[in-house]
Design a protein around this ligand. Structure first.
Ligand SMILES: NC(=O)c1ccc[n+]([C@@H]2O[C@H](COP(=O)([O-])OP(=O)(O)OC[C@H]3O[C@@H](n4cnc5c(N)ncnc54)[C@H](O)[C@@H]3O)[C@@H](O)[C@H]2O)c1
Length: 421
């Protein structure tokens, strides 16, 4: 199949390149020429394990263009993968989706072939049917699903393991209200041999939000319990090991610590809360999930202050990305921690294997060091991201405050405080 990918960011690039690897011809579109240039030169526009190799391997099956109508003319299916950021009031900003829909709609006018438009971006229930489809119909003068197909295919990949997640996903969710779109999407994904769950468009959109909301709830729950465990000298990891043996519960995602960040959980939960509020429905649990998450960095700083008056001291920070194996710093827990350290009068020296260039745009005035060892000149060290190389450092003699449970640090440090253990 020939597929247009609108938005060559994390989701678009990974999805497009993986489909190319499955034998499809891909047209990448973006408004940012730099991203397209990167893909054109055989490189991912961002750091993601295995992606550069996969782009290089499939270069013959990849075309890049800033011209959506050209891409649509050449293809049978379009996947919208543009960003859906958070507005100031927490609600979802559909600017990029609507812009893309206008351009796609115009491109459909002179398109004689049947074309299917799929929304892969994370959008609230009703967005595809009540926002995207009317724009496409108005611009094209055509009607869905008679003249073109429309559907939803939310994405569940995780940055840092996105390629693996694509090929070995737990499930594929397809939202389609007509049999033709349903068949097109099921045929596309069939070779992956993964369970395919097909439902209507609104339900598919909701599944994505509920999945993220549940995972974030699991993290905040394990943090709340972890704080209680810490106060009672109990190791929350052992607790959750025992708890997770219950099949109804399962052992995954109970990693208590400094909390979640990234481009998805915080914004998606804010959006779900705003969506509920717009219908006068209260979401007490979701609000508590965010509050618990926001409080964890303060707890880490409080543990540090137990051992050190941080005013005028040099504090080392290990890890700046929101999780390992990515240079994405969106909503990284390093942001509130470093802000708090600076407010308290500390000098900060930080290290991350790949996220320092991004982070230094946000924090140009802290010190950065080229090696993890460089951080060890500090009076105390805080661990924010569990990069594998941090499990090979020598922590002896240091004060370590750990937000991620690096066991080697626990064994070796002169003073060690785990956030929830
Ligand atoms: N990043 C993740 O881990 C992840 C996982 C699952 C779902 N999602 C969802 O997928 C969507 C995309 O997320 P992302 O992280 O890939 O975003 P991103 O910011 O990395 O990429 C979005 C891309 O869209 C481009 N763009 C914006 N408007 C455009 C237009 N009109 N035409 C063409 N390109 C346009 C931007 O330039 C950018 O390159 C979001 O809704 C997000 O919530 C993200």
């Amino acid at each position: 199949m020939k597929i247009s990918i609108i938005g060559t960011g994390y989701v678009g690039t990974v999805t497009g390149v993986c489909f190319a690897d499955m034998g499809h011809q891909i047209y990448f579109v973006d408004i940012d020429q730099k991203k397209l240039n990167a893909v054109n030169s055989g490189k991912s526009p961002f750091f993601e394990p295995d992606l550069d190799e996969l782009i290089e391997k499939n270069r013959k099956k990849i075309t890049t263009t800033m011209d959506i109508s050209e891409a649509i003319k050449q293809t049978d299916l379009t996947m919208i993968c543009v960003g859906t950021p958070q507005k100031r009031d927490g609600s979802s900003d559909l600017r990029f989706i609507i812009d893309a829909a206008h351009t796609i709609g115009k491109a459909l006018v002179n398109n004689d072939k049947y074309h299917t438009v799929i929304v892969k971006s994370t959008v609230l229930p009703g967005t595809t049917g009540k926002v995207v489809q009317p724009v496409l119909e108005q611009e094209s003068g055509k009607k869905a699903p008679v003249d073109f197909g429309i559907g939803s295919n939310p994405e569940f990949l995780k940055e840092g393991s996105a390629v693996k997640d694509f090929f070995h996903t737990d499930r594929i969710v397809i939202g389609a209200n007509d049999p033709k779109t349903k068949k097109t999407m099921e045929d596309l994904y069939k070779p992956l041999l993964a369970p395919i769950f097909t439902t209507d468009i609104q339900t598919a959109e909701m599944i994505k939000y509920v999945s993220n909301a549940f995972l974030a709830t699991k993290i905040s729950f394990s943090n709340e319990i972890g704080n209680l465990c810490k106060a009672n000298q109990i190791d929350s990891y052992e607790v959750f090991q025992g708890v997770g043996m219950d099949k109804r519960i399962n052992p995954h995602f109970f990693r208590s610590g400094i909390g979640f960040g990234g481009s998805c959980f915080p914004k998606d939960i804010h959006a779900l809360i705003a969506f509920a509020e717009s219908q006068a429905i209260d979401t007490k649990i979701l609000k508590a999930v965010l509050k618990t998450n926001d409080d964890q960095p303060q707890k880490l700083i409080a543990l540090l202050k137990k051992h050190l008056d941080i005013q005028g001291k040099k504090i080392g920070v290990l890890g700046l990305s929101f999780k390992p194996e990515t240079d994405d710093i969106r909503e990284s827990r390093a942001i509130p921690v470093i802000t708090e350290l600076l407010v308290a009068g500390a000098e900060v020296i930080a290290y991350d294997p790949i996220a320092m260039p991004e982070f230094s745009v946000l924090f140009p005035n802290i010190l950065y060091t080229d090696t993890a060892r460089g951080v060890f000149t500090a009076d105390a060290i805080i661990i924010i991201t569990e990069w594998p190389e941090f499990s090979r450092l020598d922590y002896s003699g240091k004060i370590i405050i750990d937000g991620r449970r690096i066991l080697k640090a626990k064994r070796e440090a002169a003073v060690y405080e785990g956030l929830c253990w």
